[in-house]
Design a protein around this ligand. Structure first.
Ligand SMILES: C[S@@+](CC[C@H](N)C(=O)[O-])C[C@H]1O[C@@H](n2cnc3c(N)ncnc32)[C@H](O)[C@@H]1O
Length: 203
């Protein structure tokens, strides 16, 4: 899924319109391995609360809701189409949810709200990653988990990414040291089947 040079945001950054629906379906197929890894790495109590940044079609939240039947599932995504898609999906399962349209850089929830925060393949779209990481730390409860799955991208695609850290060849190292500076205890997990780097951080 390459980043295009069109004046519209690429589908991967902001799924929209009819093509966005199709993109959502393809993305779900493409990311199956990443969702499975995420579910195995997020240890949620049955009544746990989780926040996903850039949740797309909501497939990961749905998988987590199957595991934590009395849990609470929140999320923020920039795309109105993805918000509507994910809301429908969770409502079919009667999941307690709070899915909003917005940006990862500003999280409209009080501090210490969540047991876990997840972000899959969307870090590269955050124009202000420092603010987003501070927000993650603010809304996570002490002992909570932040799961970050990065997306491998080629050098040409990287040039056009909004996140300045994702435009460099040392993205993972930079994320890692900032997490540590921000007080997270971070470790790397083996990458998923698509070679997406995985970072698990605890506060
Ligand atoms: C490549 S998709 C990944 C979706 C989902 N995490 C998955 O793995 O299936 C990236 C998602 O991030 C959302 N997004 C882009 N920029 C964002 C931002 N600044 N804050 C929150 N969501 C954002 C897009 O709307 C899109 O749904």
């Amino acid at each position: 899924m390459p980043i295009t040079s069109s004046t519209h945001p690429p589908q991967s950054m902001l799924p929209h319109g009819l093509a966005g629906r199709l993109f959502g379906r393809l993305m779900e197929q493409f990311n199956r391995g990443a969702y499975a890894r995420a579910v195995s790495l997020i240890d949620l109590p049955t009544e746990g609360s989780v926040l996903e940044l850039g949740f797309g079609t909501g497939r990961l939240l749905e998988m987590l809701a199957v595991k934590s039947t009395d849990g609470f599932f929140a999320g923020i995504d920039a795309s109105p189409l993805m918000v509507a898609t994910a809301r429908r999906r969770l409502d079919r399962r009667h999941v307690a949810r709070d899915l909003r349209q917005g940006n990862a850089e500003y999280l409209p929830w009080p501090e210490d709200s969540f047991d876990a925060v997840a972000a899959l393949h969307c870090f590269q779209f955050w124009a202000d990653p420092v603010s987003a990481l501070c927000e993650v730390q603010r809304v996570l409860r002490p002992g909570g988990t932040f799961l970050l799955i990065l997306r491998r991208h080629g050098a040409r695609d990287a040039e056009r990414l909004p996140n300045p850290w994702s435009r460099t060849p040392h993205e993972i190292e930079d994320v890692f040291s900032l997490l540590k500076k921000a007080g997270f205890e971070a470790r790397r997990e083996l990458p998923d089947a698509r070679n997406s780097p995985i970072i698990v951080a605890k506060v």
